[in-house]
Design a binder for this molecule. Structure first.
Ligand code: TRP
Length: 329
C-alpha cells in the first residue's frame, strides 16, 4: 500500500559538527538513523549553531560542517528521500529558541546535566551552553517530529523538549507535537579501548572512518590480563570480547565464545581476529566517504536542497507560532 507523505511519522535528529565520529557515536546513534530512515519522513540536521559553543573559528566550522555532511552520506543516509540540512540555514530555529526562552525559567534550565557538567568544570558557563536545550527543543518542535533517535546522553534534552512543548501548548493553545526519544538499549554505551564508555574526552576512541593503522593501534592498546592461551576467560568481563560483540558475527562469534569459556584462545589471536573484523567493517564506509569527498559541489547541492525542504516546514510552523503568540497584527 502506498503511504501518503502526510500520514508518515516524522523523525528528526542532529549531530554537532565537532570532529571525526567514532564507533561509539555510530553504534550509539548514527546507525539508528540509517536503520530507521525509511520508516519515517526524516530530517537529519547538522547542528552548527550548537557547535558554535565549542568551535569559534570560521575555517574550522566550515570544514567540520562539510565533514559531517560527508559522514552522514557515507554511513548511508539517503538525500534523495530525506532532508539533510544545516541548522544555521533555517533561521526559524534561533527565532523559536528565543520564544522558548521567554516561557522557561532559570532554575529549570539549571537542572540540565550538560549545564551542571559545564559548571562543575569551574569555568564560567556561556549563555549559549545554558540555553542549549531551548535551541534543541526548537530544532525538534519546528518539524513536529514524532521520534528523535539519540544516544543515551541526550535523553534529558528530549524530556526538556517535551516539557517545553507542553508548556507552550498550555499557554498559547495546541501547537506542538510531543516527541519520543528512541534510544537503542543494547548498545547505549559502547566501551572505549580502556573499558570506560567510549568518548572523545577520555581519549579512548576508535574513529568510524579509521585507517587500518589506527584500528591496529587502538586494538593493541586494549588492556588484557596475563592469562595464557589454554586458560578459560570470561567473555562478559573481557575488554577485547566487548568489541567482538559489535564486530564478530555468526559462527565465528559462537566459536570464539566457546574458546573463551573453555580455554584455547589467547589475547593475541583474539585481537588479530578483531582487527580484521573492524577493518572489514570500516573499509567500505571509508571508501564511500573518500569517493564523495572528491565532489564537494554535489555535497553543496544536497545541502541547498535540504535547506529548501527544511525551510518550507519551519516557515509554516513559525507562521502558526507567531499567530498564536500575537506578534502578527
Ligand atoms: N544535542 C545533540 C548532541 O549533542 C545534537 C542535537 C542538536 C540534536 N539538536 C538536536 C539531536 C535535535 C537530536 C535532535 O548530540
Amino acid at each position: 500500500m502506498l503511504i501518503m507523505a502526510h500520514d508518515q511519522k516524522i523523525l528528526l535528529s542532529g549531530v554537532k559538527p565537532t570532529g571525526r565520529p567514532h564507533i561509539g557515536n555510530y553504534f550509539g546513534a548514527l546507525k539508528q538513523f540509517v536503520d530507521l530512515q525509511n520508516d519515517y519522513k526524516s530530517f537529519f540536521m547538522i547542528a552548527d549553531y550548537h557547535s558554535l559553543n565549542f568551535i569559534q573559528n570560521a575555517k574550522e566550522m566550515r570544514s567540520l560542517s562539510l565533514d559531517l555532511t560527508l559522514d552522514y552520506l557515507a554511513i548511508g543516509l539517503d538525500p534523495k528521500k530525506h532532508t539533510i540540512f544545516k541548522q544555521s540555514a533555517v533561521s526559524e530555529h534561533t527565532e523559536l529558541a528565543w520564544i522558548f526562552d521567554t516561557i522557561t525559567t532559570v532554575p529549570y534550565l539549571e537542572r540540565a546535566h550538560a549545564f551542571k557538567d559545564a559548571e562543575n568544570k569551574g569555568k564560567e558557563v556561556s549563555v549559549g551552553t545554558f540555553n542549549y536545550p531551548m535551541l534543541m527543543a526548537a530544532d525538534i518542535l519546528l518539524y513536529d517530529a514524532d521520534v528523535v533517535p539519540v544516544g543515551q546522553d541526550q535523553k534529558q534534552h528530549i524530556e526538556i523538549t517535551r516539557d517545553t512543548a507542553e508548556k507552550f501548548n498550555r499557554i498559547f493553545g495546541e501547537t506542538f507535537t510531543l516527541p519520543e526519544p528512541l534510544i537503542m538499549e543494547e548498545v547505549k554505551a559502547v566501551p572505549g579501548i580502556d573499558g570506560q564508555k567510549m568518548s572523545k574526552s577520555y581519549k579512548n576512541t576508535i574513529p568510524l572512518f579509521a585507517t587500518d593503522t589506527e584500528i591496529k593501534n587502538a586494538v593493541m592498546k586494549i588492556p588484557t590480563d596475563s592469562r595464557g592461551v589454554e586458560e578459560a576467560k570470561d567473555p562478559e568481563t573481557d575488554k577485547v570480547f566487548a568489541f567482538h560483540k559489535l564486530f564478530t558475527q555468526g559462527q565465528q562469534f559462537g566459536d570464539l565464545k566457546d574458546r573463551y569459556e573453555n580455554g584455547g584462545i589467547g589475547y593475541k589471536e583474539s585481537k588479530e581476529m578483531l582487527i580484521k573484523n573492524i577493518i572489514n567493517f570500516v573499509t567500505p564506509l571509508r571508501e564511500k566517504r573518500s569517493g564523495l569527498e572528491k565532489d564537494l559541489d554535489f555535497i553543496q547541492d544536497i545541502l541547498s536542497e535540504g535547506e529548501r525542504a527544511a525551510k518550507k516546514c519551519a516557515e509554516e510552523k513559525m507562521e502558526d507560532v507567531r499567530n498564536k503568540i500575537g506578534v502578527t497584527l
